[in-house]
Design a protein around this ligand. Structure first.
Ligand code: UD1
Ligand code: CA
Length: 461
C-alpha cells in the first residue's frame, strides 16, 4: 500500500528517477474528472503513484500528462514543482510517452522506473524486486504477474531460467502466445541512458500503430543486454479503467489498510464496515465500532472509542475520548482527552477541552469549549449571519442548559450557566447564570377545562 512520503535511500548505489505515465484519456471512466484524479482512500490515484515513487527513493519524478486534461499536470506540479510534468501530445503509445520525459531526465545519471498513474495499488515494496533484479545484472527489468485471465495484457516470453526474451502485446499475439499467463504489469526499470537509447529505436509498425514501450525488451536482448522479469501478485498491479475497477481497487485498498490497523492494535469488531482514508491515524488501543467513516485528516489517540455510525474528517480525537454513536466531527474539531461527543452532535473548528461533554443533538461550530464544561442537549453555536462566521467560547466547567442558542460572537465564562431555552447574545461573566426566556405563567385548571369542553363537543357529533 502506498503511504505518505518516505524516501529511504536505494539499497544499491544507483540513483533512481521515476516516469509516471498519466497521458491516457480514461474515457471508460465516463467522468468529467480526469481518471488519475479519482481517489482511492481519499487520495488521488496520481498521488498514490507519486507516493510510491517517493517510497522507492526516486530523487526525480516526471509525470507524463496529456493535452486533454490540464488539471492532471496542475495537480502534479502543485505537489512536485514546476518541472515535474511533460506533455505528450498526441499520445502515440507507451514508448512515445516515456520518450516525452527524455529531455527532463537528460542530465540524470541512474535508474529510471516507469509506472502508470492508474495503478493505485502499486506500492514501493511491490516494485523493489525490480531493482533487486537490476542489482543482479539485468539491464532491463520488467515487473510481471501471473494473470488469471491474461486477455488484453502484453505477454512475457521467458526462458525457463526467467530470462525475458520479448513482450508480445495482445494484438500481436498468435494462439500460442495467447496461452501465456505471464503478463506485463507495465512497470519497467533500466539505466536512464540505456532506456532512452533503446526507446529511440522503437518503431510503430504494429497492429495498433503505436510506439510500444515493451519493444525495448527485444531490442535490448538483440544487443546482448540482459533482460529479466520480477514478479508481483496480480492484485498489486491492477490498473483502473472504469468506475467498477475503481471501486474494486478501493475495496482491496481498504481491506489492506484495515488489516494493517488490526495488526497495529486497533480494535475493530466489524472492520469490513469501516471506511478509512490514506492518512487515517488510529493509535494502538483505539476502538472503532461498526460503520464508521474516516474522511481525510483524522487522528485518534489511544483509548478513544469511535462508536457506530460516526463520520469524522479533519479531526483530532484525544486519549480516552468517546465519540458517537452518530457523531459528526468536521475539519478543525479537536476533541480533548476523555471528552464525550454524543449522538447527533456536529463539531466544526472547535477545540473541546479535556473531560467536556456534548452528549446530544448539538451544533458546535467555530470556537472552544473549556475543560469539564457540559453542553446541554440541543445547544447551537449560532456562528453564521449569512455573511461572516463568528466564534463562541464556553469556559471551563461551564454548564450550558438544554436548547441554548449561543449567538456568536459570544463568551460564556468559567463555571457560568445558561438556563434552558435561552438565546444568549451577550457575554456571560465567570460564575454567572444567564437566562433569556419569557417567565412562566400558569393558568390553574385551564387544561382540564379545555379538555372537558372538547370531549363534550365530540360526544354530541
Ligand atoms: C500496456 C502494456 C502491456 C501491459 C499493460 C498492463 C505497452 C505497449 N503495453 O498495455 O504490455 O500488459 O499495459 O496494464 O506498453 N499511456 C500514455 N500515453 C500513451 C499511451 C498510454 O501515457 O500514448 C499511459 C496510459 O495512461 C496508461 C498506461 O500508459 O496509464 C498504459 O497504457 P494503455 O493504453 O492502457 O496500455 P495497454 O494497451 O493496456
Ligand atoms: Ca491498460
Amino acid at each position: 500500500m502506498t503511504s505518505p512520503a518516505s524516501s529511504p535511500a536505494p539499497a544499491s548505489g544507483r540513483a533512481r528517477a521515476a516516469v509516471i505515465l498519466a497521458a491516457g484519456q480514461g474515457t471508460r471512466m465516463k467522468s468529467p474528472t480526469p481518471k488519475v484524479l479519482h481517489r482511492i482512500g481519499g487520495r488521488t490515484m496520481l498521488d498514490h503513484a507519486i507516493d510510491t515513487a517517493q517510497g522507492l527513493g526516486c530523487e526525480r519524478i516526471v509525470v507524463v500528462v496529456g493535452a486533454h486534461s490540464p488539471q492532471v499536470g496542475e495537480h502534479a506540479r502543485k505537489r512536485l514543482g514546476q518541472d515535474a510534468t511533460v506533455v505528450q501530445d498526441p499520445p502515440l503509445g507507451t514508448g512515445h510517452a516515456v520518450l516525452a520525459a527524455r529531455e527532463a531526465l537528460a542530465d540524470f545519471d541512474g535508474d529510471v522506473v516507469i509506472t502508470y498513474a492508474d495503478c493505485p495499488l502499486l506500492s514501493a515494496p511491490t516494485i523493489e524486486p525490480l531493482f533487486a533484479v537490476r542489482d543482479k545484472g539485468a539491464d532491463v527489468a520488467v515487473l510481471g504477474f501471473e494473470a488469471a485471465n491474461p486477455t488484453g495484457y502484453g505477454r512475457l516470453i521467458l526462458t525457463p531460467g526467467h530470462v525475458l526474451l520479448r513482450i508480445v502485446e495482445e494484438k500481436e499475439a498468435d494462439d500460442t502466445v495467447k496461452q501465456v499467463k505471464h503478463c506485463n504489469s507495465g512497470v519497467l526499470a533500466a539505466d536512464r541512458a540505456t532506456l532512452f537509447d533503446l526507446l529511440s529505436q522503437v518503431r510503430n509498425d504494429n497492429a495498433k500503430g503505436e510506439y510500444y514501450l515493451t519493444d525495448v525488451v527485444e531490442l535490448a536482448h538483440d544487443r546482448q543486454l540482459t533482460t529479466r522479469a520480477a514478479f508481483a501478485p496480480e492484485a498489486a498491479v491492477q490498473g483502473v479503467n472504469s468506475q467498477g475497477e475503481l471501486a474494486a481497487a478501493e475495496s482491496v485498498w481498504q481491506g489492506a489498510r484495515r488489516a494493517a490497523l488490526l495488526v497495529e492494535g486497533v480494535t475493530m469488531p466489524a472492520p469490513e464496515t469501516v471506511h478509512l482514508s490514506w492518512d487515517t491515524q488510529l493509535a494502538a488501543g483505539v476502538t472503532v465500532e461498526p460503520f464508521v467513516v474516516f474522511g481525510p485528516g483524522v487522528s485518534v489517540a489511544s483509548g478513544a472509542v469511535i462508536k457506530a455510525f460516526s463520520h469524522l474528517e479533519g479531526a483530532a480525537v484525544g486519549e480516552g475520548a468517546l465519540i458517537g454513536p452518530y457523531a459528526r466531527l468536521r475539519p478543525g474539531a479537536e476533541i480533548g482527552p476523555d471528552a464525550h461527543i454524543g449522538n447527533f452532535v456536529e463539531v466544526k473548528k472547535v477545540k473541546v477541552g479535556a473531560g467536556a461533554k456534548a452528549n446530544h443533538l448539538s451544533y458546535l461550530g467555530d470556537g472552544s469549549v473549556g475543560p469539564k464544561a457540559n453542553i446541554g442537549a440541543g445547544t447551537i453555536f449560532c456562528n453564521y449571519d449569512g455573511f461572516d462566521k463568528f466564534e463562541t467560547h464556553v469556559g471551563a466547567g461551564a454548564f450550558i442548559g438544554s436548547n441554548t442558542a449561543l449567538v456568536a460572537p459570544v463568551r460564556v465564562g468559567d463555571g457560568a450557566m445558561t438556563g434552558s431555552g435561552s438565546v444568549i447574545t451577550k457575554d456571560v461573566a465567570d460564575g454567572d447564570l444567564a437566562l433569556s426566556r419569557a417567565p412562566q405563567s400558569d393558568k390553574p385548571g385551564w387544561a382540564a377545562k379545555f379538555r372537558a369542553l372538547k370531549l363534550a363537543k365530540k360526544d354530541k357529533k
